[in-house]
Design a protein around this ligand. Structure first.
Ligand code: S3P
Length: 444
């Protein structure tokens, strides 16, 4: 993109469209990490070519894994479990990605050398004790001792032991970290996890790895153990519902418009956005549902809607919509009544403090909010129509803030100057291109 900011000064014109979005980020990264541990060649189609995924690829290449990318196709030459080429003074850069930073660690737990993990400014302020603590219990060491953030160095061990792990945040990253650690740990890992996205479980099952999952209320009891080997596997990666969320919002908040999003991952553990918006009266539908290697995929159909009502959002939906709250807040701002979202302290621990920044952006556009450390009340205004100038900067280049503000500008009006637009490349590199080519949006 090159420019320091984009200028958005017109609402999007009414539209009727069929669209595809980029591949799913969580699935792309998991496929890369697991395929690197397989024996033989694995191939993926429609892999997300975003900066987070490229960080995963760069880390794996530094660990001696051969990877070829061409367009949306990726070929990876797996080196088998614990088959990385390890050496002294390795530094792995996870960039902006919490998922890469936290999920590469369990693949290094037998390393005889210290490996340093670094990240960008945003990632370096995020909590890593949530994965350091369980890995410590498994027998892994970290340096400097007691440090909770990147940069940190990991030193593996030959004396690893399985643990009972209680995951209480609803964090798929923490759960997956311990699950991946079981690739290199003898015995049975027992994980009691508050429900969260279950792509790793589905991949383990699909690969016939030793795993059992029992569901009880909001808890999943997962048992995993070390497989003898992992066979290579191909995957056709579906579209990302977290990227779709911005176009769902664009449609709902525009006039007389209609959108079909094709071949999106519709894993129930990711459907929070649809469930929440439908409780608000959005009437979003899904169709053509198929199973793709254990993952539900299908189309999303959405229409403009002027009659949305506020929601008292049940906390059990939080984890399944965790990356979508910024855009949900924007829709709540245009809905009738006071919406309430609670038990959301995790949101301030993302690429930026999203609960705080989301509230600040809504205040900037004249929407009243009541903010606490873990909740927000949004006083919606169905007649909101903006006509002032707005400037978005200093948001830690959080890709989802960038996209939320672009959608606000395209639907609520006003003249928006959004700095660091390239931040969107973290998760959704086609975002601007889709707006330009399919929705005739002009950016300066
Ligand atoms: C992710 C899990 C979520 C999410 C992140 C991707 C994953 O984080 O916010 O964007 O791929 O496992 P937490 O597990 O920390 O909530």
């Amino acid at each position: 993109m090159g420019s320091k900011f984009v200028l958005v000064k017109n609402k999007v014109k009414k539209f009727k469209k069929i669209l595809q979005v980029d591949g799913d980020k969580s699935i792309s990264i998991r496929w890369l990490l697991l395929a690197s541990q397989a024996i033989g060649i694995s191939k993926a189609k429609n892999i997300l070519r975003s900066e987070d995924v490229l960080s995963a690829i760069e880390c794996l290449k530094k660990l001696g894994v051969k990877i070829k990318l061409s367009n949306q196709n990726c070929v990876i030459y797996g080196r088998g479990i614990n088959g990385f080429k390890l050496k002294k003074n390795l530094i792995l850069n996870a960039g902006n990605s919490g998922t890469v930073g936290r999920l590469i660690l369990p693949l290094l737990i037998k390393s005889p050398f210290k490996i340093k993990i670094i990240g960008d400014k945003s990632l370096s302020r995020r909590d890593f004790s949530r994965v350091i603590d369980p890995l410590n219990k498994i027998g892994v060491k970290f340096f400097p001792k007691g440090k909770k953030r990147l940069p940190i160095s990991i030193l593996g061990s030959n004396y690893l032991r399985p643990i009972n792990y209680y995951e209480k945040r609803g964090s798929a990253q923490c759960k997956t970290c311990v699950m991946l650690a079981s690739l290199n740990t003898p015995g049975e890992m027992r994980i009691f996890a508050k429900r969260s996205r279950n792509h790793t479980e589905l991949m383990f099952k699909n690969l016939k790895m030793p795993i059992s999952v029992k569901k009880k209320g909001e808890i999943d009891f997962i048992k995993t153990s070390r497989p003898d080997k992992l066979s290579s596997f191909n995957l056709d990666i579906p579209g990302d519902i977290s990227s779709s969320a911005f176009f769902i919002a664009l449609t709902i908040l525009s006039k007389n418009s209609y959108l079909v999003l094709k071949n999106i991952n519709l894993n129930p553990s990711r459907l929070g956005i649809i469930k929440i918006l439908n409780k608000m009266g959005a009437g979003i539908k899904t169709k053509n549902i198929k199973l793709n290697k254990g993952e539900k995929c299908g189309d999303i159909i959405v229409k403009s809607n002027k009659k949305l009502k506020a929601i008292n959002c049940p906390s059990y939906l939080n984890s399944s919509a965790i990356d979508e709250f910024l855009i949900i807040f924007l829709i709540a701002a245009r809905s009738k009544g006071i919406s309430y979202f609670k038990n959301l302290s995790e949101l301030n621990k993302k690429e930026s403090p999203r609960l705080k920044l989301g509230s600040k952006i809504l205040n900037m556009i004249g929407i009243k909010t009541k903010l606490t450390k873990n909740s927000i009340k949004i006083y919606g205004n169905p007649n909101i129509n903006l006509n002032k100038n707005y400037e978005i900067r200093n948001y830690l280049k959080d890709h989802r803030i960038m996209a939320m503000c672009t959608i606000a500008a395209l639907t609520l009006g006003g003249k928006w100057k959004i700095y660091d637009p390239e931040s969107i490349n973290t998760s959704f590199p086609s975002f601007i291109k889709i707006l330009k080519t399919s929705f005739d949006v002009k950016f300066k």
